[in-house]
Ligand binder design. Structure first.
Ligand SMILES: *Cc1c(COP(=O)(O)O)cnc(C)c1O
Length: 355
């Protein structure tokens, strides 16, 4: 740290992204990327657009905004596009939370929430999940704070129902409720249909997981026109060109081939169920995931040990050294072949470590 780093940020603990190792080819099941490549139309669109890189991108991303609005049945004034959904989350924290509107989110959830809160000097409360790792909606009823909930939650994969989300929205009319739907395309119910009824609802989604575009950085928020207008104010005060030309073109092409991506999601859901079954047969407890990952633990082996053993054998999964979840590993659901290798490898590890 330099002696110039401001007092305010000295204590900031940054987010730790999942490993992206370069030492060898791993089966990468640690950052919830899609195992499927982008569709050919996306590759063509990126190549075409790259010839115009001397020009700034459209600060309003009108083409993609209109297409997204159409697909999700909202007005373009209800959509904001960002550099990954991490960016819209950061904008939303800046726009809708402060000392007077502190944040509330689960104690076990996406690791970026406390980081963005700290970066922006926003106080936050971490509300413990229930014993079974689910969110208790009652904890958020009338709480009078700016709420952020990942639905499905990460890294548990568990969901709230839309009725439960509605109760939270209704009981906190003076606070924004952010529903982070990074994994919604893998089998949860989206809250997008509620945005016209609740002016305090902001739904956040991403192209990183279900649409095979983690490396392009594209996310979006959907909410009431007034909420979205506030987010544009923050965006124009940060970086009006936050979505680059190639990414906007890639996003448009991806939406034109929505069926391809939704079919990939169905394949991942099938692989998820088969893998969960295989793990349970080996004695694992596996939470009921509606995402493209599984959160699992076994009494026979600790989370960190399983992570290390898998890594040695060329498979990367995610382990969190955090109280309550240190027995677990989070396994991204990949192709059927990858999951078969995973199950066989776990089986071998268990045989070797338990006499
Ligand atoms: C992956 C993820 C995001 C953000 O991903 P981006 O790549 O920035 O769009 C947001 N929320 C959760 C819960 C995630 O898992």
């Amino acid at each position: 740290m330099s002696r110039f780093f401001t007092e305010r940020l000295r204590e900031l603990v940054p987010y730790t992204p999942g490993e992206q190792p370069r030492d060898m080819q791993y089966i990468k099941l640690n950052t919830n990327e899609s195992p499927f490549p982008p569709s050919p139309a996306v590759l063509e669109a990126v190549a075409r657009e790259s010839g115009r890189l001397q020009l700034y991108s459209d600060p309003n991303c009108r083409n993609l905004t209109n297409r997204l609005a159409e697909l999700y049945g909202v007005s373009p004034r209800q959509v904001i596009l960002t550099n990954g959904s991490d960016e819209v989350l950061n904008f939303a924290f800046q726009a809708f939370a402060d000392e007077a509107h502190p944040l509330a989110f689960p104690d076990v959830t996406y690791g970026f929430y406390p980081v963005f809160a700290a970066l922006n000097g926003i106080p936050y409360e971490e509300i413990p999940l229930k014993e079974d790792f689910s969110i208790d909606p009652a904890d958020y009823i009338g709480i009078g704070k700016t709420i952020v909930i990942a639905n499905p939650n990460a890294p548990t994969g568990l969901c709230l129902s839309l009725a439960e989300i509605e109760q939270i929205l209704q009981s906190n009319p003076n606070n924004v409720v952010i529903i982070d739907e990074a994994y919604v395309d893998f089998g949860a119910e989206s809250a997008v249909g509620l945005v016209d009824r609740y002016e305090n609802l902001l739904v956040v989604q991403t192209f990183s997981k279900s649409r095979s575009m983690a490396g392009a950085r594209l996310g979006f928020g959907i909410g009431s026109p007034a909420l979205i207008s506030d987010l544009h104010t923050v965006r124009y005060s940060t970086n009006p060109y936050n979505v680059n030309r190639m990414t906007e073109a890639a996003g448009e092409a991806a939406l034109r081939e929505n069926d391809y991506y939704m079919q990939n999601c169905r394949a991942i859901c099938q692989n998820r169920e088969a893998t969960a079954k295989g793990l349970r047969q080996m004695g694992f407890e596996v939470l009921e995931s509606r995402a493209n990952f599984l959160f699992a633990r076994s009494e026979a082996i600790g989370g960190e040990c399983l992570y290390q053993q898998l890594k040695q054998r060329g498979i990367l999964v995610r382990y969190f050294s955090k109280k309550r979840i240190e027995d677990f590993v989070r396994i991204t659901v990949g192709t059927a072949e990858q999951m078969e290798i995973l199950l066989n490898t776990v089986k071998k590890i268990l045989e070797e470590t338990t006499p």
